[in-house]
Design a protein around this ligand. Structure first.
Ligand SMILES: Nc1ncnc2c1ncn2[C@@H]1O[C@H](COP(=O)(O)OP(=O)(O)OP(=O)(O)O)[C@@H](O)[C@H]1O
Length: 268
C-alpha cells in the first residue's frame, strides 16, 4: 500500500500532515509513535473509515478513493480494539461479520463462508470461545476475536490498531508470528504498535509518526536509534542487539527532560 501527501484535519487540528507511507506487498509494516501521533487516524484513512482531505492512497495499482466501498471492504480489513456491531452476538457470529463484503445481500452464509470463519477462529486462537457471547470476553480474548473477524474478510491488506494490547506475552508473540506468516503468504500488514522491541522483532518496515508527521521510515535497525527514541518519545534507551535474531532490542532507562511530544499543529 502507498500513501502520498495524505492530509486530514478534525476540529481545526491537522491530525495527519502530508504523510508519505509505503508498505510493500507481503511485508509487515509497523506504525509507531507516541499517544496522539495520528496512528489510528491514518489507519482509518487507509481503511476508508475516514476520508483524507488531500493526498492519495493506493493498493497495488488501484487508487483507494476510486474503489467502491464494497470492493474496498473485500480488500482491506481493519482490526480495532472492538468490533463495531458485536454487542449481543456470539463470537462466531462476530467473526462471520467479516464475510459480509463477500456475500450478496439476499444470500445466506455459504459452506465456504463457514469454513473461512472456522479457519479464522483457529488462526487467531479464538476457536475455544467461538460459542460464547462477545460481551463476556476478556480484553485479550476480544483482541483475538477482532483479529479473527478481520481474517475472515480475507483481505489483501490487513490493518491492525494495537493488536497486542491486553495480550499476555505468549499471545503477543503468537499474534506477531501469525502476522509474519500472513505476510509471507502475500498479505500486506500494517499494525500500530507501542512496543518498540516487538515491532523491531517482527516488522520489515517501520514508520514513525509524531504530531501527524512521518519523522522516520525504513528497516527497524536503521530507524530505531537512541537519538530517534529520545527525540520522538522523550525517553532514554539503549538499542541492543537481540542475542538470537540480531534485531534491535530496546532497553529503556529513564524519561528525559522536556519529554512531552508535540500536540498536532492547528490548521493554517
Ligand atoms: N474526532 C476527532 N476530533 C478531534 N480530534 C481528534 C479526533 N480524533 C482524533 N483526534 C486527535 O487526533 C490526534 C491523533 O489521534 P489518534 O487516535 O490518531 O492518535 P494515535 O497515534 O492512534 O494515539 P494513541 O497511541 O493514543 O492511540 C489526537 O490528538 C486526537 O486527540
Amino acid at each position: 500500500m502507498r500513501g502520498s501527501r495524505v492530509r486530514f484535519s478534525r476540529a481545526s487540528r491537522l491530525i495527519v500532515d502530508d504523510v508519505d507511507i509505503t508498505v510493500p506487498r507481503g511485508a509487515v509494516g509497523a506504525l509507531l509513535g507516541p499517544n496522539g501521533a495520528g496512528k489510528s487516524t491514518l489507519l482509518h484513512l487507509v481503511a476508508g473509515v475516514e476520508r483524507a482531505d488531500a493526498g492519495a492512497l493506493a493498493l497495488g495499482d488501484d487508487d483507494l478513493a476510486a474503489l467502491r466501498r464494497r470492493d474496498r471492504a473485500r480488500r482491506i480489513a481493519l482490526a480495532e480494539q472492538e468490533v463495531h456491531g458485536a454487542q449481543g452476538l456470539r463470537v462466531d457470529d462476530v467473526v462471520a461479520l467479516g464475510r459480509i463484503p463477500h456475500q450478496s445481500a439476499w444470500a445466506s452464509a455459504s459452506a465456504h463462508d463457514r469454513a473461512v470463519v472456522a479457519r479464522s477462529l483457529v488462526a487467531a486462537g479464538a476457536a475455544e470461545f467461538a460459542d460464547r457471547p462477545y460481551d463476556e470476553l476478556s480484553g485479550g480474548e476480544r483482541q483475538r476475536v477482532n483479529l479473527a473477524r478481520a481474517l475472515a474478510q480475507e483481505p489483501e491488506l490487513l490493518l491492525l490498531d494495537e493488536p497486542t494490547n491486553h495480550l499476555d506475552i505468549h499471545a503477543q508473540l503468537t499474534m506477531l508470528a501469525l502476522l509474519r506468516r500472513l505476510a509471507d503468504d502475500g498479505i500486506t500488514v500494517l499494525a500500530a504498535l507501542h512496543d518498540l522491541s516487538l515491532a523491531a522483532g517482527y516488522a520489515d518496515h517501520v514508520v514513525v509518526l509524531a504530531a501527524g508527521r512521518v519523522v522516520a521510515a525504513g528497516a527497524p535497525g536503521e530507524v530505531l536509534t537512541t537519538e530517534l527514541i529520545r527525540e520522538v518519545w522523550g525517553v532514554e534507551a539503549s538499542v541492543l542487539e537481540h542475542p538470537r535474531s540480531g534485531r534491535p532490542l530496546i532497553a529503556f532507562s529513564e524519561v528525559t527532560a522536556d519529554a512531552a511530544p508535540p500536540a498536532p499543529a492547528p490548521v493554517e
